[in-house]
Design a protein around this ligand. Structure first.
Ligand code: FE2
Length: 368
């Protein structure tokens, strides 16, 4: 961010994020909102209640010191306590009650915001430069992507918003060469970023090359044919070719588009088959400014999700600290479903290496 947020700019961003959430679900009736589609995806009603409950917890209870509207309802919206496969069975809010909760929380949020100081010289780091508000706006925008993982599967669902990536620039060299040297990694000290993006620090990298564009469907098909690898999630064989059944329709796979819905294991195997490797997340960030096709799909990296040297959990360990370790792989970039506000160069996404329901693709790198 170039300038500090004001109460007015925060209120406008909160409203804009909510309008986008509601626009995404507007075509759906209550039955679709409450339905469980898969073990890996929450019912949409859970996401909506969770968005409002998280807002209530931070912007009403924590910042405003007020009591929650529904007692201990929040326990059912805790993402760590309630695995996705169980969320459809929880006594969460539905239908008119859910809508009322979302708007009542928002009303209280705006009342609290009205009396709060979010200046750059405020002592409380939660309020300084509106951190907690930026966090809640980012949270809602990120949940929209999670909801789109499900929405895209609904028969005939048309995106109600102009969502989508920039097309590939389509020209330039095949690979980008980055000379050996020191690179600044992570978010600068000012401006909104998550704890796991800080502190910014220098990393020494040997020379490497990274592909200018992400791996295409055409390359992935060659890989399947050569190795017998699994097709991406939602692909089906159709005669001699492949169709993609995501996005609410059956469409022939476009060979020129970046491959999406592949696991880390598949990405890693493809890299080996191609005689290359996945980039580390530091290499990805060092090359970020020169890459084409960023924003089509998240890109798996070879990196485990680890704390940067000097990391301090803020504002709560459950955002990132509890996930640090060898179990999770880092993804960089953003996907077609990510709001541009989330797309900081230092943003780190992470997931289990077997996951394919997220919008994840592949970019290849090699040593020089
Ligand atoms: Fe969340």
């Amino acid at each position: 961010m170039t300038s500090s947020p004001t109460r007015q700019s925060i209120a406008a961003l909160l409203a804009e994020a909510r309008e986008r959430t509601l626009a995404l679900i507007r075509p759906l009736g209550d039955d679709l909102l409450n339905r469980t589609y898969s073990e890996l995806l929450s019912p949409l009603a859970w996401d909506l209640g969770h968005i409002a409950n998280f807002e209530e917890l931070w912007l009403v209870q924590t910042v405003g010191g007020r009591a929650p509207l529904h007692g201990d309802l929040g326990q059912y919206y805790d993402a760590i306590e309630n695995p996705r496969r169980e969320r459809g069975e929880l006594p969460i809010l539905h239908d008119a009650e859910l809508q009322a909760y979302m708007s009542e929380v928002r009303e209280r949020t705006l009342e609290v915001l009205d009396g709060v100081d979010i200046g750059a010289d405020v002592d409380d780091p939660l309020l300084r430069e509106g951190f907690v508000y930026e966090m809640l706006i980012a949270h809602e925008l990120q949940h929209q992507e999670t909801m789109l993982q499900l929405l895209q599967l609904l028969d005939g669902y048309e995106l109600p918003l102009p969502i989508g990536p920039e097309p590939l620039a389509g020209d330039g060299p095949q690979t980008i060469v980055i000379a050996a040297g020191e690179h600044e990694i992570g978010a600068p000290p000012r401006g909104f970023a998550y704890d796991n993006e800080r502190p910014r620090h220098a990393v020494e990298l040997p020379a490497f090359a990274i592909d200018r564009t992400p791996v295409s469907n055409a390359t992935y098909i060659e890989f399947i044919e050569a190795s017998g690898a699994e097709p991406p999630m939602y692909w089906e064989r159709d005669g001699g070719g492949w169709v993609d059944t995501a996005r609410g329709r059956r469409a022939p796979v476009d060979p020129a588009e970046p491959v999406i819905h592949v696991s880390w294991h598949e990405a890693d195997a493809l890299a080996e088959w191609a005689g290359k490797r996945l980039p580390s997340e530091f290499e990805w960030e060092a090359a970020r400014e020169q890459l084409d096709g960023v924003g089509q799909a998240w890109e798996w990296t070879s990196s485990e999700f680890r704390a940067y040297p000097g990391f301090a959990a803020f504002p709560y360990p459950e955002y990132s600290e509890v996930f640090f370790g060898a179990e999770y792989k880092v993804l960089r970039g953003t996907s077609w479903a990510t709001h541009p506000r989330v797309a900081r160069p230092s943003f780190r996404n992470w997931d289990l290496p077997q996951r394919r329901q997220i919008f994840a693709g592949i970019r290849l790198a090699e040593d020089l």
